[in-house]
Design a protein around this ligand. Structure first.
Ligand SMILES: Nc1ncnc2c1ncn2[C@@H]1O[C@H](COP(=O)(O)OP(=O)(O)OP(=O)(O)O)[C@@H](O)[C@H]1O
Length: 184
C-alpha cells in the first residue's frame, strides 16, 4: 500500500562547524511538528556506531543500521536530518537539501575554538573551500531541491531559518494531501 508523508523531510548538511545543528535546532524550535535528527547523537543512542576513525578523530557510523531505524520515521515525514554526509539518504525520502556554507576564516576560528587538532581543522577548511558537501548534494539529489545558504552571523541564521520555514509552508500548500513515499 502506498503511504504518504504529510510533512517534508529536510536534510541540513555542510562542513563540520558551519552551523548545521544551530540551524536545525532553531528551525525545530519554531516548527515543533518537526523532529531534529542529529545523526551523530542519534547513531550513538541507537547503537549504530561500529568503530572509531583515529585519523579523523570521529566515530564510524553503521549506515545500514542507521537507515533501517530511520526508514519508518522518514515515512511519517517531518525529519530534519543534521549531518555532514547527505548522500546515504535515499532520494525518495528527501524533499529539501539545505547546504550551509561558511566563510573559511570564520570556520577556521570556530573549529579552533572547539579545540580541534590542526589536521582536523585543515581537513575541514579545505573541504569547505572545495565545496565538497555542496557537490555531494548536487550529485546525489535533484538540483531543484538543493539550496545553498550562507551563515556567518546570527542575522543570517535567523534569515535562513525563516526561508526554510517559508519553503515548508509552500510545500504544505502544494501538497495538501501529503506526498507519496514511493519514487515517481
Ligand atoms: N550563523 C552563525 N552565527 C554565529 N555563530 C554561529 C552560526 N552558526 C553556527 N555558529 C556557531 O558555530 C559553532 C558551530 O555550530 P554548529 O554546532 O551548529 O555547527 P555544525 O555544522 O552542526 O557542526 P558539527 O558538524 O561539528 O556538529 C557553534 O559554536 C555555533 O554557536
Amino acid at each position: 500500500m502506498v503511504s504518504f508523508r504529510k510533512l517534508p523531510n529536510i536534510i541540513i548538511t555542510g562542513t563540520p562547524g558551519c552551523g548545521k545543528t544551530s540551524h536545525a535546532e532553531e528551525f525545530v524550535s519554531q516548527n515543533p511538528e518537526f523532529t531534529h535528527i542529529n545523526v551523530s547523537e542519534f547513531a550513538k543512542k541507537n547503537d549504530c556506531i561500529e568503530g572509531y576513525d583515529e585519523d579523523r578523530d570521529s566515530s564510524i557510523v553503521n549506515e545500514d543500521r542507521l537507515l533501517d531505524i530511520l526508514e519508518p520515521l522518514s515515512e511519517k515525514g517531518g525529519l530534519v536530518i543534521d549531518w555532514h554526509c547527505c548522500e546515504i539518504f535515499p532520494e525518495r525520502w528527501i524533499d529539501l537539501v539545505v547546504v550551509i556554507r561558511c566563510d573559511n576564516t570564520v570556520l577556521y576560528n570556530r573549529l579552533e575554538a572547539r579545540g580541534y587538532k590542526q589536521s582536523k581543522i585543515t581537513e575541514n577548511v579545505e573541504c569547505e573551500i572545495m565545496q565538497i558537501l555542496l557537490t555531494e548534494a548536487m550529485e546525489n539529489y535533484n538540483s531543484n531541491i538543493v539550496v545553498e545558504l550562507n551563515s556567518e552571523s546570527l542575522d543570517s541564521l535567523d534569515e535562513n531559518v525563516s526561508r526554510i520555514s517559508q519553503w515548508v509552508e509552500m510545500w504544505k500548500e502544494n501538497n495538501p494531501n501529503g506526498i507519496s513515499n514511493e519514487l515517481d
